[in-house]
Structures are given as C-alpha cells and as structure tokens.
Write a protein that binds this ligand. Structure first.
Ligand code: 2PG
Ligand code: MG
Length: 401
C-alpha cells in the first residue's frame, strides 16, 4: 500500500490573474496534483476560502498539515479528509482555508487512483455504472462576472446530443451564434467576454433571453441537438432584505417568484439557478411548488454543497436540484456525502466550475465517477475547455472499453 512521502504547495495564476493554491501529493508510486478555483459571487454559507491573512496564511497553514499528511496511506479518502478537519479545528476551514483543504483532498484522491493504475473517474466508480454528464454552457453574462452586463449573472444553454462531445460542440454553436446576433445588434460596439468567457453587452435580462433563444434556434438547426435555456440569476447579489433590485424596478419576494415563474414559462427555461436569496428556503419552496414539475430549480448559494443545508431544503421542498462545487465545502468526502443525499432524495445534481478557474480538470472526473447528471463549466476559454476536453477523452476511453 502506497504512502505519502511528501506534500507540496505552490501559488499559481488563475483565469482572473489572481493567485490560487496548487497542491502535489507525492508517494513512491504516483503524484496527484490539484488546484483550487475561486468564486466572485460567493455564497455567505460557503467554507472560508482562505484564513484571514489570505492565501499566504493558507500556505503557512499548509506546511503544518503537510507534516501530518506525510506517512499516511493512500486510498483512504475518509481518513485523509478527517485529518484535514482535525488539523483545521473549525467548522468552516477558517484556519487552513477551504481552498487549501480542497486542493489537498483532490490531489490525495488523484494520487490514490494513480497509485492503483487508475484514472480518478475509474477509481470513484469501481463497481458502479458510469455515465457522462449533460453540459450547461455560459453564453451571455453579467452580474459579478462582468462590467456593465445583465443583472442576472448567467444565460446558458443546456445541450443533449448523441454523445458528450456533440453536446459540448452544440453549446459552442450557441455561443458562436449569440456572438453573430450581438454583432448584428450592436454594429458600432466592441463586444467583450466576461470572467467565464460568456458574451458581455449592454442588454437587459429580457433582451439577453431573446438573443439566447434565437442563438439556440440557430444552433439546434445546425447541430440537430436538443438545446434548452438555462439561467443562473445569482439573486443574492441583487437582493437586499427580501427585495430584488433590477435597476429600473424593485420587486418584493412574492413579485420575484411570479416574475421568474413567468419568465420560465415564456421562454421555456429548463433550469433556474439561485432565483431567490441564499437564505430564503421558504421562497425556494414556493417557487418549486409552482414550477418545479417542469423546471429544474437549482440551489447554489442556497445549499453551498453542504449536506445539512441540503437536508433542510429537502424537508421543505426547496429546489429540486443542487449545484456541487468542491471548494464550497472543502473536502471530497463531504462533497460525496452531499451528492449521495441529493441522489437518494431525487434531487438532480449539477457539478460546477467557479468564475475564477485553472486548467485543472478534476471536476470532469468527479462528474463521471460519481454519476453526476450535469456539468456547468462555461463554453469556451482554456480553463473551461480543459474540463470539456477531458470529458471528451473520458468518453473515448469508455467507448473503447
Ligand atoms: C455560480 C458560479 C459559477 P462564482 O454562481 O454558479 O458560475 O459563480 O464562481 O463566481 O460563484
Ligand atoms: Mg450560481
């Protein structure tokens, strides 16, 4: 059985140009490497990404944890993750930082798989059926991911075709068609891309939905894929004390529920993420009752990949799907517990990138290895295509047995 002989941390550059943590877990058989992403519209209830002193303090804390890791056996994820919790000693990774913890936890998982001559998705799915997720790609964006974009954060497309590869390319076709439509609408304007490489233009939310619908129609004709609309409102970012502010108007919670239900119906929206504030379990439950039979209502900031918060949501009928982001909770074991609870409770699962990303493609392996239904990871841009391209390789490998 392989043992950890060394653990190394380094600061690397993320897609926004910020420093982030990358960890190597080294054994005599294999090296596992993983890095942490970072959010802009972070949920209040996520674990702390770094201790108060930022990434440098996280790196100093790592040195202490690395000493505890050396000598531990590989392939006992629960034990390793329990050590991370013990080394931290808080319930939100305030001392070592969730980003340091998650990079260690995922690097350990990879080192364990590699030491047994497996890829991570294979190690996670031993004895279970494997399936590829459905990709949800960001097409037009705003909120905290762009300057002067839409109020709602992300307008996305959700494509299903015969294979993962065709589905991902169908989302690319929507992105290209949206670009063409925006150039036609704003011939004098320099168009931009936001943090997740979605188009940014001076559009109202309604106009963004119109362009997205038209781009989806064109891409469906081109690719013959079944493509639907999806929106991440990230509503906590424009909610204050139960009122939602859209620039030209302010809506109460009741009005927000009616407004998004109407949008979902008018545009045939397949999934709505964070349509209400991150604390409003009751509002989520009311919206789910209203439109949940037809629409996926995804809790991101609401659940923050946290099993207890998901359990509360299940009890109340709040949302019917959960966004899964490993660094919201800090360890792979905690994340897996949440995914399993969601599946047992018939909640759909969507694994997700963050707006600040690296070339790390671990979430592609987690999606397949844990049988997660959907993956939200942008449409284009190297740090996003790293995940798609890894899924294309996994698909090929699965096809070839
Ligand atoms: C979200 C994410 C990813 P961030 O809200 O779902 O798209 O954004 O990483 O900024 O929290
Ligand atoms: Mg979100």
């Amino acid at each position: 059985m392989a043992e950890i002989t060394n653990a190394v941390i380094r600061k690397i550059i993320d897609s926004r140009g910020n420093p982030t943590a990358e960890v190597d877990i080294i054994s005599n058989r294999a090296v596992g490497r993983a890095s942490a992403p970072s959010g802009a519209s972070k949920g209040t209830f996520e674990v702390k990404d770094y201790p108060g002193g930022g990434i440098d303090q996280g790196i100093r804390a790592f040195e202490r944890v690395a000493h505890m890791a050396v000598g531990m056996r590989l392939s006992d994820q629960k034990n390793f993750d329990a050590m991370l919790h013990e080394a931290d000693g808080t319930n939100d990774f305030a001392r070592i930082g969730g980003n340091v913890a998650v990079a260690m936890s995922l690097a350990y998982a990879k080192a364990s798989a590699l030491s047994e001559n497996m890829e991570l998705y294979q190690a996670l799915s031993t004895g279970k059926a494997k399936s590829l997720p459905i990709p949800i790609g960001n097409i037009i964006g705003g909120g905290r991911h762009a300057i002067n974009g839409t109020t709602m954060q992300e307008f996305l497309s959700l494509a299903r075709a015969g294979s993962y590869s065709e589905s991902a390319f169908a989302n690319v076709s929507v992105h290209k068609n949206a670009g063409k439509l925006l150039r036609g609408k704003f011939p004098q304007l320099s168009l931009g891309l936001g943090d997740e490489k979605a188009w940014v233009a001076p559009l109202s939310d309604d106009e963004a939905l119109e362009i997205l619908s038209d781009a989806i129609k064109a891409a469906s004709d081109e690719t013959k894929a079944d493509i639907g609309l999806s929106v991440d409102l990230a509503a906590s970012e424009f909610c204050d004390n139960g009122t939602y502010s859209y620039g030209d108007r302010i809506l109460s919670t009741d009005e927000q529920i009616d407004f998004v239900a109407d949008l979902a119906q008018r545009f045939g929206i397949r999934s709505l993420e964070d349509p209400l504030d991150e604390s409003d379990f009751d509002g989520f439950a009311r919206l789910t009752k209203k439109i949940g039979s037809k629409t996926m209502i995804i809790g991101d900031d609401l659940f923050v990949t946290n099993k207890e918060r998901l359990q509360k949501g299940i009890g109340m009928g709040a949302a019917n799907a959960i966004l899964i982001k490993p660094n919201q909770i800090g360890t792979l074991s905690d994340m897996i517990d949440t995914v399993e609870l969601a599946k047992r409770s018939n909640y759909k699962t969507v694994i997700s990138h963050r707006s600040g990303e690296t070339e790390d493609s671990t979430i592609a392996h987690l999606a397949v290895g844990l049988g997660i239904g959907y993956i939200k990871t942008g449409t284009i841009g190297g740090e996003r295509t790293a995940k798609h391209n890894e899924l294309i390789r996994i698909e090929e490998r699965m096809r070839n047995g």
